[in-house]
Design a protein around this ligand. Sequence first.
Ligand code: UTP
Length: 223
Amino acid sequence: MRIVVAIGGSIIVKNRDHEKFHQYGKILKDLSKENELFIVVGGGIFAREYIKIARDLGVNEAKCDDIGIDVTRLNARLLIFALGEYAYQDVPHTFQEAMKFASSGKIIVMGGTEPAHSTDAVGAILTEFVNGDLFVNLTSVDGMYNKDPNKFDDAELIEEISADEMLNFIKDKEVKAGTYEFMDMTAIQMIKRSSFQTIVVNGHYPENLIKAVNGEKIGTRIV
Ligand code: UTP
């Protein structure tokens, strides 16, 4: 399969150390033996801290986004280090570049592309661009809930949801740099217009990526 994996920055740099890069490196090397892999890495805490400093300096939101993109690319470089020779040794800045680098047969690792969306959207656009079979979005929650699980004990995990229903869910959410929600509008619109499979799973447990690829019942599937 040709698989696009978005690893949220909130997961990979959560503890400000190398551990998750190392764990994901191992799993991705294994998966690459039978699959063609494109990885998109998020910005997480470091992106938010840099964006805050930029915003305090009075720069506009697009420039704040641009700072966030730089940080996602730094995180992508760290994952490339963890993957060693399994990875293409350069971070593509565009979808065309990702496609071009993929002819090397190596794992492609990138961060953001342009302002006004999140790395989830990059993952979704990339999946369409490369005609991916599967888009796995590794986030900091188990999937999508019918209400906020941090506030409501009776919140239930949604196993399957349509892209349309999801669009309704998030339409009033924040669009400031560093604050894109669970999945941003652009990502869901891409999922809606294309026919690739999308699974959102908890990335704090890297083995969930293997379960998602193996078709196990896990997370939220967007249909
Ligand atoms: P992320 O998409 O990683 O956002 O990019 P995040 O909020 O840290 O998400 P998680 O928690 O890792 O999943 C960080 C910031 O970089 C900018 C946005 O401002 C985003 O909030 N960005 C990223 C872009 O503007 N365009 C991109 O293509 C990617």
